[in-house]
Design a protein around this ligand. Structure first.
Ligand code: NDP
Length: 310
């Protein structure tokens, strides 16, 4: 086992890396277990136009590289592997990466959230070859062809509108006959000439030629009819799942599975363990808000360590 760290940060998106910058500058010499998807969700995006400080926009992967460089400059150490087990029952806290055991006086969790999928066999088969959970990342590949998007929340609305820039037709498939999305977004979608909303419609299968998607099979749960629809792109926008599996049974979560933090802080129910970014935020889910809570987590950890020493 290696020496007990002052702080281990788990996860390497905007939240974790901001926590690393602040912790490193506070001389806590943070050790970051980045996960195998280094940089988090932004590395799967193209243009980021709403991150302050970049008036001309910045590419997601480039932005995350800059975060990493800044964290590195002040002495953050990195391991690009996934955490496989944790034990937060007593301090120092234990974190395993396969057989390798690490321990820390404080832990900052910033493992983010991942897009949810429907769970269809062909969804996996055609992922990246017609199936996507990120219109912003992949929409431009579908110029002048019909696509569909599954979901009725704000993400589905936002992505459907984005897709109208490229696709010849955008079908919005929703399992009910009312959108969950805000009225203004829903109206924009329903009034768009390139969008056709299909209510009470469930996506049953994704069909292709073995290489690319060609059509989808649908079920109308009101009329009980099956049908097929020709599309070349299938976008799934049915929400996100926080990446908390490895912490199950160790930390309190809220009713939708996100890590619970004390209001206005990043403190979890275990003193010394902090959570920041999308793993504890089911509402804002922005890079800038994640970065903000990352800063808070590092300051909360620093304060906790100070109190332990006195
Ligand atoms: P939501 O949970 O709000 O919506 C998910 C949608 O997917 C719902 O319409 C749901 O249907 C549908 N769905 C869920 N599971 C399935 C399934 N297995 N099969 C078919 N359909 C399914 O997630 P979002 O990602 O849309 O939004 C998350 C949060 O982020 C919200 O608070 C939202 O307001 C916010 N947001 C805000 C934006 C903005 O303000 N610009 C942009 C994007 C998100 P049903 O309605 O029947 O449950």
């Amino acid at each position: 086992m290696s020496k007990t760290e002052k702080v281990i940060i788990v996860g390497s998106g905007p939240a974790g890396l901001t926590a690393a910058i602040y912790a490193a500058r506070a001389n806590l010499s943070p050790f970051m277990i980045q996960g195998e998807e280094v940089g988090g969700q932004l590395t799967t995006t193209t243009d980021v136009e709403n991150f302050p400080g970049f008036p001309d926009g910045v590419m997601g992967p480039e932005l995350m590289d800059l975060f990493i460089k800044q964290a590195e400059r002040f002495g953050t150490r990195f391991l690009s592997k996934n955490v496989t087990k944790v034990d937060f029952s007593t301090a120092p806290f234990k974190i395993w990466v396969d057989e390798e055991e690490h321990s820390a006086e404080t832990v900052i969790i910033s493992t983010g959230a991942s897009a949810k999928y429907l769970g269809l066999e062909n969804e996996k088969k055609y992922l990246g070859r017609g199936v996507s959970a990120c219109a912003t990342c992949d929409g431009a590949f579908y110029r002048d062809v019909p696509v569909c998007i599954v979901g009725g929340g704000d993400t589905a609305m936002e992505e459907a509108l984005f897709l109208t820039r490229f696709a010849s037709q955008v079908y919005v498939l929703h399992r009910r006959e009312e959108f969950r999305a805000s009225k203004i977004m829903a109206e924009r979608v329903m009034n768009h000439p390139k969008v056709k909303v299909m209510w009470n419609t469930e996506l049953k299968d994704i069909l292709g030629d073995g290489k690319l998607v060609k059509k989808v099979s649908l079920y109308n749960n009101k009329t009980k009819e099956d049908s097929e629809l020709e599309v070349e792109g299938v976008f799934i926008a049915i929400g996100h799942k926080p990446n908390t599996d490895v912490f199950e049974g160790q930390l309190k979560t809220n009713s939708v599975g996100y890590l619970e933090t004390e209001p206005g802080t990043t403190r979890t129910n275990v003193p010394g363990v902090f959570a920041c970014g999308d793993v504890q935020d089911d509402h804002y889910r922005q890079a800038i808000t994640a970065a903000g809570t990352g800063c808070m987590a590092a300051m909360d950890a620093e304060k906790y360590l100070e109190a332990q020493e006195n």
